[in-house]
Design a protein around this ligand. Structure first.
Ligand code: PLP
Length: 400
């Protein structure tokens, strides 16, 4: 008789975004004409720039003529895109070989699929709070999971623990906290990984949002990283590809994972579409400036939020190197969600959805228009002053 993967029973409720949607829909039903502003979703909102749309059309046209038609492409991506990625790293002073680049249909798939290469008998270290896919993918794989606490005390940048781990996830700039490691801090993780014969899975999905000079944009800025790390990245937040789907994984040649991953991809993946790879190539070459303009819009929105928080004296992380602003609301984050929705008609993301250390913390995103973000902050100003005045009377304080 068929036996199902028993690990699925160990998954927690997948309830964060479903629960948000439920509460928002209930609110909309009760107040159909209310003007809600969402600063809650981790998805881009600006349309693709015309240069990237043109790349799509050009590639589709090619596919429609005999001389341009292409069937299955290479499992690890077309050379033109791999070379564009190599040059992208080179422009930041990092030497990567094209054989080390694997084009994927997004970073999320890579985050989960890479686990095919590891035995069940591995201990995985995951920061708390973080992007929920890491935990869930490892629950399905049956790995033992231990957590590295990211809290206000360490600036939401977890540092290596005393105990041993085999697989380490790092997300920097972090979703949800926006906190970003410096190369010196990452060096401590690289040393820990080398000492423990561990591998670092470095998620750099938000590297294109970095503005601080001292923030690391790649794990490969750190000496020794080539001997212990792989990097996952994505065109999703960089170029508005959340619905287009393209990403990449860098696995150094020295790692046995390089050959294993090529083998795995050849067996289970027939490549990203040619058209999408041409669009991705354009995002790094001819359309690069257009993509930067869109990132600037989100960065400006983040500054609209952080300027308001500075004026209100609210402590936060993120905003500077990430499209996320993370702050302590001092009460249960779901109660705050309801109150913010009711009083200011703003949708946020409760931090408890990202781990226990997010219990009283809240994520706002800059994925909206400048006008709506400014309007949200006008509302937030009045909201926060009122909230602080009534907080102790209406709510139970939440301590981390
Ligand atoms: C959005 C996001 C990704 C991107 O995933 P894709 O599958 O490339 O869209 C990866 N990691 C984190 C932390 C993210 O927030």
């Amino acid at each position: 008789m068929k036996k199902l993967n028993k690990n699925f029973k160990n998954l927690g409720e997948n309830y964060l975004f479903a629960e948000i949607e439920k509460r928002v829909n209930e609110y909309k039903k009760a107040f159909p004409n209310s003007d809600l502003i969402s600063l809650g979703i981790g998805d881009v909102t600006q349309p693709l720039p015309s240069s990237i749309v043109d790349a799509c059309k050009d590639a589709a046209t090619e596919m429609g003529i005999t001389s341009g038609f292409r069937g299955y492409g290479p499992y690890d991506g077309y050379g033109f895109l791999k070379n564009a990625i190599v040059d992208y790293y080179k422009s930041r002073g990092i030497e990567i070989n094209a054989d080390e680049v694997f084009v994927t249909d997004g970073a999320k798939n890579g985050i989960g699929n890479i686990l095919d290469l590891f035995d069940e008998d591995n201990t995985v270290l995951i920061p708390d709070p973080v992007y929920p896919a890491y935990v869930d993918a490892n629950v399905i794989s049956g790995h033992k999971i231990v957590y590295a606490d990211a809290t206000k005390e360490n600036g939401f940048l977890a540092m290596p623990p005393k105990h041993k781990a085999d697989i380490i996830y790092i997300c920097s700039p972090n979703n949800p906290t926006g906190a970003t490691y410096t190369p010196e801090q990452l060096k401590k993780w690289v040393d820990y990984a080398l000492d423990n014969d561990a591998v670092i899975l470095y998620d750099a999905a938000y590297e294109s949002y970095i503005t601080s000079k001292n923030a690391a944009r790649s794990i490969f800025e750190v000496t020794g990283a080539r001997d212990c790390a792989i990097e996952l990245c994505s065109f999703s937040k960089m170029a508005g590809f959340t619905g287009v789907r393209c990403g990449w994984t860098i696995i150094p040649m020295v790692s046995p994972l390089n050959r294993l991953w090529l083998r795995r991809q050849a067996i289970k993946f027939n490549g990203t579409s040619y058209i999408v790879q041409r669009m991705a190539e354009r995002a790094l070459r001819g359309g690069f400036d257009d993509v930067q303009k869109i990132i600037k819009i989100y960065q400006k929105n983040a500054k609209t939020v952080t300027d308001k928080f500075d004026a209100l004296g609210i402590e936060y992380t993120g905003g500077k190197n990430a499209p996320y602003i993370w702050f302590d609301c001092g009460i249960d984050s779901w109660e705050f969600f309801d109150y913010l929705l009711k009083k200011a008609r703003i949708v946020c993301t409760p931090g408890s959805g990202f781990g226990k250390n997010g219990k009283s913390w809240v994520r706002l995103t800059s994925f909206n228009t400048p006008e709506r973000t400014a309007e949200a902050m006008r509302r937030f100003d009045a909201f926060w002053k009122d909230f602080v005045a009534v907080r102790d009377k209406l709510f139970t304080p939440s301590k981390q």
